[in-house]
Ligand binder design. Structure first.
Ligand code: TPP
Length: 320
């Protein structure tokens, strides 16, 4: 990757991390209700999605969804307002962090594990019927890859050569269940031949490697060759949700991963090693990203909550 591009990806990763950190602030203050799932430690995967997708491509994400939305180009202000349950949010503050939808950009999420793939499959089928050349990306975790719908969707996508890209974020844990104890094969990408799919496992901390592999997966699906599975390895830095006591992971495992597997620290080191930028410039970049996000949060906090009279809006039965 050319150095300006790596620097741009690094900037995107800084923005992503500061976005997640800003969202965390709303949990103890009770501005954000329900479980907030942070993707800190997984930024290189979302940043690796940049540059490969068209506006009319669909992305269907999971409960850990903020960074995929940013990668798809969803407006960060409208997203943060939704997460902070404001009427200015993407869904008027009714959805909250697990339900971010942007119809124009074909971005959606689901809190139901394994349910992102059937929705993405529908988008992929619609793209074929409409002859649009669009692809659909279905994101899942390693836990979600063991749900029946994963196999069903990939099988039919393979049989019908649908443009489905399955992006697996393998962060080693599905809440308290380690990947090694729940999965029959050492990797998930090696399942690909069973579905007639393209498959690759990539280091999800290496933004350059992810960028290249994601572009390859998208190109495969867009060319009409059928589905692609990209498994990106990473580590979940935070508890499953903010507030999770996280007693199932050993303290030394977490400490080691945090010290050695931080994608931001690794990318920063690459930029320094290649002489692309110096310490001071990279520090300034990080400070600018934090300042921009702090400003965004401050502005979102001034927005109104949805009016109580609208509580029954947007439901199938009014309840009145
Ligand atoms: C159908 C269903 N079963 C269980 C849950 C509860 N649940 C939420 S997240 C999660 C684990 C998901 O693990 P993984 O797919 O690896 O994603 P990660 O949280 O690691 O990003 C579970 C079991 C759910 N939301 N939906």
């Amino acid at each position: 990757m050319s150095t300006p591009t790596l620097l741009e990806r690094y900037r995107a990763m800084l923005e992503m991390r500061s976005f997640e950190e800003a969202c965390q602030q709303g949990v103890p203050t009770r501005e954000v209700h329900g479980e907030l799932h942070s993707a800190i430690g997984q930024e290189a995967i979302a940043a690796g999605m940049l540059g490969s997708l068209r506006e009319d491509d669909a992305v269907v994400s999971t409960h850990r969804n903020h960074l995929h939305a940013l990668a798809k180009g969803v407006d960060p202000r409208a997203m943060m307002a939704e997460i902070f349950e404001k009427s200015t949010g993407l869904c008027g503050g009714f959805g909250g962090h697990m339900h971010l939808f942007d119809k124009r950009l074909r971005f959606s999420t689901t809190g139901i594990v394994g349910a992102s793939l059937p929705v993405a499959l529908g988008h992929a089928y619609a793209a074929v019927l409409g002859g649009t050349g669009a692809v659909a990306v279905g994101v899942t975790g390693d836990g979600g890859a063991n749900i029946g719908s994963f196999h069903e969707c990939l099988n039919i996508a393979g049989a019908w050569k649908l443009p489905l890209v399955v992006l697996i974020e393998n962060n080693e844990w599905a809440i308290s269940v380690p990947f090694s104890e729940s999965t029959a094969t050492p990797t998930l990408a090696e399942r690909a031949p069973a579905y007639g799919a393209w498959g690759k496992r990539v280091d999800g901390l290496d933004v350059e490697a992810v960028t290249e592999a994601f572009a390859e997966a998208v190109a495969h699906a867009r060319a009409g060759h059928g589905p692609a599975i990209l498994e990106a390895t990473c580590y979940r830095f935070r508890g499953h949700y903010e507030g999770d006591l996280d007693l199932y992971r050993k303290a030394d495992e977490k400490a080691q991963r945090l010290a050695e597997r931080d994608p931001l620290a690794l990318t920063r080191q690459t930029l320094l090693d290649r002489g692309v930028a110096g310490e001071a410039e990279l520090d300034a970049m990080a400070a600018a990203a934090s300042a921009r996000t702090a400003e965004l949060l401050e502005s979102v906090r001034r927005d109104p909550s949805p009016a109580p009279a609208t509580a029954h809006d947007h439901v199938f039965v009014s309840g009145r």
